[in-house]
Design a protein around this ligand. Structure first.
Ligand code: C5P
Length: 237
């Protein structure tokens, strides 16, 4: 067993080189953070849950024709992905008002939006990931107008597939965050799609099965994530 180089360590993941050029290994950690790292804790089993859920979602998206950096699940807590250069944007899609949209624009939490909203945030911890207008993205040269249009289209396509997927397990996908990367000039969906990066509400009870459980001490995070994983496995095996 060769020790491979750790390329990057974030709040929730480590990224390692592999034997294969252009392929990286992501190891999901048991760390939970919120409010730009101000709140943190170790939650046993969270890494496994996010890796399993993210692997399943990327596989289902691929079957639906949505390509991503995902190559395959490697173990309970690890997956192989294609190496990309991450575009420093967090692309948020919203179907229902919650979180920062409620705070910023005064919508009532749970208000169904007329049309899905796509928002751009600058992936910059020091600045606190601020909301960006397209003019800012242009000025900062974070992406070209063509790349933005492509990411917007991909984000809305992912939203359609996720809405269909979560409907099969009686869950509403309220909002979620995507990241994109570039490889050979091509834009690819990257990072993760998990209850860490989505708001997921039970269609009947309105219960949250996502990181809000941790953010606002609303309940047991592992139990919520386990509910999502077991419902997905039951519906898709
Ligand atoms: O906080 P806000 O309401 O803007 O978050 C919108 C969605 O994006 C939520 O599902 C949240 O979990 C996700 N998000 C994320 N990473 C961030 C910010 C938001 O996954 N840094």
């Amino acid at each position: 067993e060769v020790a491979h180089m750790l390329l990057y360590e974030g709040k929730a993941k480590q990224i390692y080189q592999t034997e294969e050029p252009g392929v990286l290994r992501i190891s999901y950690k048991d760390e939970a953070t919120a409010f730009n790292g101000e709140k943190k804790d170790t939650l046993l089993g969270k890494g496994r849950l996010n890796n399993e859920i993210s692997s399943l979602i990327f596989s289902i998206l691929k079957e639906a024709g949505v390509e991503s950096h995902f190559v395959r699940r490697l173990s309970e807590t690890e997956q192989l992905v294609k190496e990309v250069t991450i575009i420093p944007l967090e692309v948020v899609v919203r179907n229902v008002a919650a979180g920062s949209l409620v705070k910023r624009l005064g919508f009532e939490r749970g208000h169904k939006l007329k049309t899905p909203l796509v928002e751009w945030y600058y992936k910059d911890d020091a600045l606190g990931d601020p909301l960006l207008a397209e003019a800012h993205i242009k000025e900062l040269a974070l992406a070209t107008p063509e790349e933005l249009a492509q990411m917007q289209q991909m984000a809305l396509r992912v939203n359609e597939e996720l809405q269909k997927l979560f409907a099969t397990i009686n869950v509403d996908i309220v909002d979620f965050k995507l990241e994109f990367g570039k490889t050979n000039g091509e834009i690819l969906l990257a990072d993760e799609i998990s209850p860490d990066t989505c708001r997921l509400w039970d269609k009947d009870t309105g219960d949250s099965f996502d990181k809000d459980l941790f953010r606002f001490q609303q309940g047991d995070l592992q139990e919520g994530y386990e509910t999502i994983l077991s419902r997905l496995i039951e519906a898709h095996s």
